[in-house]
Design a protein around this ligand. Structure first.
Ligand code: BGC
Length: 423
């Protein structure tokens, strides 16, 4: 394999999933609600806030030369317009630690979590969020910009539309089920669910001042989708005004969409929604962050279940590492700018399957580079077994295992295997 010299080989995390005690964030509030959808709260997570030195050292010792992590807006600006210098000092130490270990930091400004106050003020459907996000990004670059070059503004900017699509499908399914009476026993599923939703709405009103809080990972309207793009562009301009040399991009969650006979139109529609319609807002960026985990098969009526007999991951996705190379090629056709794989990974308990996944995924990346596609780096998701949002700590994506009782780290073989690719 001939990954070019200087190719970034690293791992990714997000603040809320690893740091612990992100108390001013919207997620913290949601996790502690009586009618929460979370399996468990994030709590101390992986205590990365205190153990970042050990984690970065383990990464560097294994050969990795890059680390993608996020700066937590809720820490930096816990109240509107109130910036916390102690938190800036914390992230300065993290960045300096990367530099001391020869690890290139790739900083994400927003990875799903927001300050709770932002959601109380309309969140990701409120026009004011555009300027507020840009102000926070500018502040971070003013304070810490001497220590990093690569910036992802917003992680998986298309997540809201993907949530909107599954919510719609789910509602249709519920309707069809109650109409056809598919469940062969007398239960009041619909009523229980409705009752629960009512209670959730009341609790949301109490905590966020609205029954329907617009956190980042919630059903987005087309206007909200556009607002996220405006936030990206405003943040980019604000950061470049402080440090023009920054390399700034956005990341999207992308499936390798494959059509079965008759599924071509549905596949094209899906790709349009997932990727193509964002092009006008991202084509002048310095790079684009590809995030991919699996493929989606499309039939005439839309997406199909995982094929019978296929290996699946703890997330229920098809184990299909070839997806990454396919997605890179498809993206490059419409967006010929430098690409960084900002996330690709697999949740499995058997680490040898993770090694096999990484090997196949990087084979795909290598063949793209051989064909002249400018892929600059590969960040495996994730460095640590961490807090997988509503699923809690039940799934394991990490290159490093974390003992939940002691926080002790145990590097897996996949960590050194990945590091072996760095030159
Ligand atoms: C997100 C991560 C998440 C990962 C695995 C991506 O959607 O950016 O925060 O943990 O996928 O599900």
């Amino acid at each position: 394999m001939s990954l070019p010299k200087g190719f970034l080989i690293g791992a990714a995390t997000a603040a809320h999933q690893v740091e612990g005690n992100n108390i001013h964030s919207d997620y913290w509030a949601q996790e502690h609600m009586e009618y929460t959808s979370f399996n468990e709260p994030s709590g101390a997570a992986c205590d990365h806030y205190n153990r970042y030195e050990e984690d970065i050292r383990l990464m560097a010792e294994a050969g990795l030369n890059a680390y993608r992590f996020s700066i937590e807006w809720a820490r930096i600006e816990p109240q509107p317009g109130v910036f916390d210098e102690n938190e800036i000092a914390h992230y300065r130490k993290v960045l300096e630690c990367c530099r001391a270990n020869g690890v290139e930091p790739i900083v994400t400004m927003h990875h799903f979590t927001s300050p709770r106050w932002l959601i109380e003020q309309g969140g990701w459907e409120a026009e004011a969020t555009v300027e507020r996000f840009a102000r926070y990004c500018r502040y971070v670059v003013e304070q810490l910009g001497d220590l990093f070059t690569y910036v992802c503004t917003i992680n998986e900017a298309n997540m809201g539309l993907q949530i909107a699509a599954i919510t719609k499908r789910y509602k249709q399914m519920m309707k069809a089920q109650s109409a056809e009476g598919k469940v062969q026993v007398g239960i009041n599923l619909g009523d229980t669910l409705k009752e629960r939703m009512k209670k959730q709405a009341a609790e949301n009103r109490k905590i966020f001042g609205t029954p329907n809080p617009q956190v980042f990972v919630s059903s987005r309207t087309p206007e909200g989708d556009l607002l996220v793009m405006k936030a990206h562009q405003a943040a980019k301009a604000a950061m470049k005004a402080v440090k023009p040399e920054l390399q700034i991009g956005i990341t999207l969650s992308l499936h390798d969409i494959q059509s079965l006979p008759g599924g071509e139109e549905a596949a094209a529609r899906e790709w349009e929604e997932e990727f193509m319609h964002y092009l006008p807002y991202i084509r002048d960026d310095d790079f684009f962050g590809v995030q991919n985990y699996t493929r989606t098969l499309m039939g005439p009526d839309g997406s199909l279940p995982v094929p019978d007999g296929a290996e699946t991951t703890q997330m229920g996705y098809e184990f299909y590492p070839q997806a990454l190379g396919h997605v890179i090629r498809t993206v490059h056709k419409s967006l010929p700018i430098p690409l960084i794989v900002t996330e690709n990974g697999v949740a499995v308990s058997d680490d040898s399957r993770r090694v096999a996944f990484i090997e196949e995924a990087l084979r795909g990346v290598d063949s793209c580079i051989e064909d002249g596609i400018p892929v600059k780096g590969y960040m495996y998701w994730s460095l640590l077994d961490n807090f997988e949002w509503q699923k809690g700590f039940s799934v394991t994506f990490g290159l490093i295992a974390v003992d939940r009782a002691t926080q002790q780290r145990s590097p897996k073989r996949s960590l050194t295997f990945l590091g072996g690719y760095a030159r």
